[in-house]
Design a protein around this ligand. Structure first.
Ligand code: SAH
Length: 235
């Protein structure tokens, strides 16, 4: 009798633990679904691979615990060291603007939390991402690693220089704002490639650049934006 009781209690404990686990899993998925339905689709995010990646990524695991409950809200959030994770809509918009097919090699400048890199990693072949703030860089590398993203290389360093050793890239995305388009990045973009970035200081705009061949570029203005400035490292 006693053994049966103990067994019953054990089953109860394990069972409620499982229910709690299910709830926490379900809770973030519901939030991600609401985020996609209310923030992305109504604003014109239509690329199904982008929507799917935004649905499948646990954004709350990319922000500090004290703001975790706000992770799926319609705003950027602080991630420490004066930096931020972009608003979900901006992440989705920039990803959609890259017109990804799936076989690309993408360079990201400004790893931050690693969230944008995680979104890209689910869509393309390989992602190289550079972060200048060492602790953020190491944290993002650890985070992406532990979450099982095998096709992301996180490099700690200065994004103004790009990564000539891995160039050329099919796509480049910059998630901090330089005052003007960094020349090294233009050079490391493949002809036929696309770069999406915010440019400007007090006033910034999101632009998309198509590289036609080695010397010609077409630039399009997308929307006014507000990003953290891209940090210029002293030589
Ligand atoms: N994409 C990030 C958000 C980026 S916030 C995410 O998904 O969370 C912009 C990031 O760019 C910050 O982490 C900042 O430290 C980094 N950054 C600023 N200047 C840089 C530079 N010159 N090279 C590389 N990273 C830079």
């Amino acid at each position: 009798m006693r053994a049966v009781c103990v067994l019953g209690i054990l089953i109860g404990i394990v069972g409620s633990g499982y229910v709690l686990f299910q709830n926490s899993q379900g809770a973030w998925r519901e939030k991600a679904e609401r985020m996609v339905k209310t923030q992305l689709v109504p604003r014109g995010i239509t690329d199904s691979v982008v929507l799917q990646a935004m649905l499948n990524t646990p954004r709350h695991l990319f922000v500090p615990p004290k703001v975790r409950h706000l992770a799926y809200g319609d705003h950027p959030l602080p991630i420490g060291y004066g930096q931020t994770i972009s608003q979900p809509y901006i992440v989705a918009l920039m990803t959609q603007l890259l017109e990804l097919k799936g076989n690309e090699k993408v360079l990201e400048i400004g790893t931050g939390s690693g969230y944008q890199a995680a979104i890209l990693a689910q869509i393309v072949d390989s992602v190289y991402t550079i972060e200048i703030v060492k602790p953020l860089c190491e944290q993002a590398r650890k985070r992406l690693d532990s979450m099982g993203y095998k096709n992301v290389v996180v490099v700690c360093g200065d994004g103004y220089k790009g990564l000539p050793q891995y160039a050329p890239f099919d796509r480049i995305i910059v998630t901090a704002a330089p005052p003007e388009v960094p020349k090294a990045l233009l050079e490391q973009l493949k002809p036929g490639g696309i770069m999406v970035l915010p440019v400007g200081t007090t006033f910034q705009k999101l632009i998309r650049i198509h590289k036609k061949d080695d010397s010609t570029y077409v630039s399009e203005d997308i929307i006014p934006v507000r990003f953290v400035p891209m940090i210029k490292q002293e030589e």
